[in-house]
Write a protein that binds this ligand. Structure first.
Ligand code: SF4
Ligand code: SF4
Length: 384
């Protein structure tokens, strides 16, 4: 680290300057903005595009943007997209092939340079989700080179959560609302009698040098204390909780619970939950050719374990029923993900609850499974 300040207090003009500085460094700045009745992630060109004065009203199967009197920029929880939209895009060309005049094929990989993103407004739960996808896509023996290239170049500006939504449960999953993980800059928004400001901390050399370019005040203990109190209060205001049991064990011990039939009767197997989830990573491949048959391409696109094709083998789909597909998704998220990747696959962002068209709530399902297990005489096991 350099000897420049690693903490400071910036105002709205400092936040606007942050976007300018990052853009001047050649980065595409992605952050929250209001568009089409939602707070979405999109390229930001100025601080005016941030969702100042907009909050969200969330419930199972319900999302509305609501005006806020305090003018906060980051008083909103998870929106319809997550950062995987940029790091692990929905659709990407893998290679193309062209037939020459001699009939021979030339195959060309997708070597377009990785974009240099700056993500502004990453929530602590979503920072953890990026870490989960890092383990899946960038660690281990078979890594995704294009994910790794994008991930290596990203500049992360985390914003701690001071306004949890009604569907949030990061406290239960140990993923928020305070930041815990590697970042370049962390901000906490404070609005009180002393004004509207952001407590800023740098977490990398580039974070230090970016922070040095912003109009700022020296970090004062009052702002830091106010920020910590706001985040601590947010931890106590989560809209949802998970049962306080070992969820991995719960999933293992309730594989044959009646509750799976109950949820299967409601689930449309639409796959919305998997598309919205910041950690779901599954993909499939599609091959296309032009009309001449001289040009072919292979594309990779997101796939959902709710799709019948997902497990299609010569004898038909392995998981033919909605019961088996919902159970596979939930038990993977909360249970077998530990076996595969050493952590939970759920970070408690609540997106799957909000964007489920019939309002299926993974926390409600976990509580119901736990209640059924206890009714069957298997006591809950406290989370260590
Ligand atoms: S399972 Fe639901 S709450 Fe958990 S990370 Fe995925 S979308 Fe968020
Ligand atoms: S749980 Fe909801 S969002 Fe997920 S597949 Fe079923 S109906 Fe669709």
């Amino acid at each position: 680290m350099t000897h420049q300040a690693t903490t400071a207090v910036i105002g709205k003009e400092g936040l606007a300057a942050l976007i300018t500085v990052l853009a001047e460094r050649g980065r595409t700045v992605i952050g929250p903005t209001v568009r089409d009745g939602a707070i979405v992630l999109a390229e930001l060109r100025s601080g005016e595009e941030l969702p100042y004065g907009s909050g969200v009203e969330l419930e199972a199967g319900h999302y509305r943007v609501r005006p806020r009197q305090d003018g906060a920029a980051f008083a909103h929880s998870a929106g319809p997209q997550s950062w995987k939209t940029y790091l692990h895009p929905q659709r990407e060309r893998q290679w193309s092939a062209d037939r020459g005049n001699d009939g021979a094929w030339t195959v060309t990989g997708n070597d377009t340079p990785a974009p240099s993103y700056a993500f502004l407004g990453v929530r602590p739960c979503d920072l953890r989700a990026i870490a989960v996808q890092d383990r899946v896509l960038a660690a281990g023996p078979h890594t995704d080179s294009r994910y790794r290239a994008r991930r290596a170049r990203v500049f992360l500006v985390v914003v701690e959560c001071t306004e949890p939504g009604a569907t949030c449960f990061c406290t239960s999953m140990g993923t928020g609302p305070a930041v815990d993980g590697a970042y370049d800059l962390a901000l906490t928004e404070v609005i009180d009698e002393r004004g509207h400001r952001f407590w800023a901390r740098a977490g990398s050399d580039e974070g230090v040098s970016v922070l040095a370019e912003l109009p700022q005040q020296p970090a004062d203990a009052g702002c830091a204390t106010a920020a910590r109190e706001l985040v601590a209060a947010a931890a106590g205001r989560m809209g949802r909780t998970m049962p306080e049991v070992d969820l991995q064990v719960l999933m293992r011990e309730t594989l044959h619970a009646d509750r799976w039939n109950d949820v299967a009767a409601r689930c449309l197997t639409c796959g919305n939950c998997t598309m919205a989830c910041p950690t779901c990573f599954c993909t499939t491949a599609e091959d296309v050719t032009d009309l001449t048959g001289d040009h072919a391409e292979r594309w990779r696109r997101w796939e959902s374990c709710f799709d019948l094709e997902f497990t299609h083998l010569p004898g038909g789909p392995v998981r033919a029923s909605g019961h088996s597909r919902y159970r596979q998704w939930a038990t993977h998220k909360l249970g077998t993900w530990y076996d595969q990747f050493g952590s939970s696959g759920c970070v408690g962002c609540g997106r799957c609850i909000v964007w489920c068209p019939v309002g299926i709530d993974i926390t409600e399902e976990a509580h119901a499974l736990n209640a059924e297990r206890e009714a069957d005489g298997v006591p809950g096991k406290a989370t260590p």
